[in-house]
Design a binder for this molecule. Structure first.
Ligand code: NIG
Ligand code: FE
Length: 415
């Protein structure tokens, strides 16, 4: 059993089970001077400190009680990072320097840099070394408060190396106490060997990669980078259809550099559209009426030096459910700390601290289909918490460039 006591601010996010939108994104349901009791990996009760000692479960306790004094601290649900490219072998320092000299991400990609330049190192790496690197990243994420991580393949770009990348995710996940949701991103870019025959690569994704990944149960989601220079909306629809046929859920990188029509893709009920720097305003009512989340990844805008961020205000004010994620990857967003993403959301996208925290917890859980278990502190949910050394939840978004997380606890660690 675990008891968190004397919590200055307990950010519960309790509420109804639907995607949080509009004003609901601003309701964190904070309990001041609070306590949380957990057993068997689940939350038993979250309430005022003075009520906890009277709780019958607490009085009947049989198991050993592990008590953590959270005086002066803020406790939130474990942060949910719903978009990471966890599997890669090396940083991309040449691209980094080229951008400093003035080249854009798309220019670098056309000239042979970008995603394709991360592929040979992943193909050459052993599955074990990929898994070890992934585990190291997961540990750094947890140290910053993240307890649930979506993890993509996407730098192997062949049937064999995408499968190995997903096996590396599985191996890292087994050695990490948090929750990992694996995603196949074979459709990240067309690899060099298929550049002259891109449709043959799409066929391979649909007819070989997806069926094999589904059969081996290596992924929950199939993702597509839908963008000029990567995959077209028609390719995306074809890949989504193959995913659904094989029992996998869908999500896509959409509108990073150019907008695309959302309606045909929404027909497949994807869990999330990610980036959303560009969109057609007329698509927003449709998106707001769906359960598809817009996952914003401002770390990429920051690192690419774009000086421009997605219009979070327009999305939220239109009723779209918004999540925030790191987009941890070697090309556009080498950041594992969700706290920096919270800072960017508030300072650059004018999200309120309440909206940003909702986007990094319960809406992130919705973006992964995990909202029944993750993303809020309520009886029966998983005992995933982040304990921050600050007395006010707004400070999570205020201090930047550091780490104010004292401890992140995951359900598997709570007996
Ligand atoms: O989400 N845009 C596509 N995928 C990644 C970037 C990958 C890379 O450049 O290595 C992203 O930003
Ligand atoms: Fe991404």
């Amino acid at each position: 059993m675990l008891l968190l006591t004397n919590i200055s601010q307990l950010v519960t996010l309790r509420g109804d089970s639907s995607v949080r939108r509009g004003a609901a994104m601003r309701d964190l349901a904070v309990i001041r001077d609070a306590a949380v009791l957990c057993a068997g990996g689940q939350i038993v009760v979250a309430c005022k400190q003075r009520e906890i000692l009277r709780h019958p479960f607490f009085q009947r306790r049989k198991r050993k009680l592990n008590e953590i004094d959270c005086s002066g601290k803020t406790v939130t649900p474990g942060l949910v990072d719903s978009h990471t490219h966890l599997i890669f072998a090396e940083p991309r320092l040449i691209d980094f320097e080229k951008r400093i000299s003035g080249a854009t991400y798309e220019q670098i990609a056309v000239a042979g840099g970008g995603i394709r330049s991360s592929v040979s190192a992943v193909r050459a790496a052993s599955t074990k070394s990929l898994a070890d690197k992934a585990l190291a990243a997961l540990k750094k994420m947890q140290a910053c408060g993240t307890t649930t991580v979506e993890a993509k393949s996407g730098y192997g770009l062949s049937v064999e190396s995408e499968i190995r990348s997903l096996q590396a995710i599985r191996s890292a996940a087994k050695r990490w106490p948090g929750t990992v949701v694996p995603t196949l991103l074979g459709a990240h870019v067309v690899p060099a060997e298929w550049k002259q025959k891109p449709q043959e690569y799409v066929r391979q994704i649909c007819e070989e990669m997806i069926p094999q990944v589904a059969q081996k149960r290596l992924a929950t989601f199939v993702d597509v980078f839908c963008e000029r220079g990567a995959f077209s909306p028609a390719d995306t629809e074809r890949i989504f259809a193959a995913a659904i046929k094989h029992g996998l859920a869908t999500r896509a990188h959409i509108g990073q550099f150019s907008p695309c029509a959302l309606k045909p893709l929404l027909a497949n009920a994807p869990a999330s559209f990610d980036h959303m720097d560009c969109f057609h305003e007329k698509d927003l009512p449709l998106l707001a009426g769906s359960n598809t989340i817009a996952t914003l990844v401002p770390g990429a805008n920051y690192f690419l030096g774009q000086g421009k961020y997605p219009d979070a205000r327009k999305l939220i004010d239109s009723g779209v459910g918004v999540a925030l994620a790191t987009d941890f990857n070697p090309g556009t967003s080498p950041i594992w700390n969700m706290q920096f993403v919270l800072s960017l959301a508030c300072t650059q996208m004018k999200m309120s601290p309440e909206e940003a925290i909702t986007a990094a917890t319960i809406n992130g859980a919705h973006a992964l289909g995990l909202a029944k278990r993750k993303g809020s502190i309520e009886s029966g949910k998983d005992a995933d918490f982040a304990i921050f050394s600050v007395g006010d939840y707004r400070e999570l978004c205020y201090w930047f460039g550091g780490n104010v997380c004292k401890l992140a606890i995951t359900a598997t660690e709570v007996d």
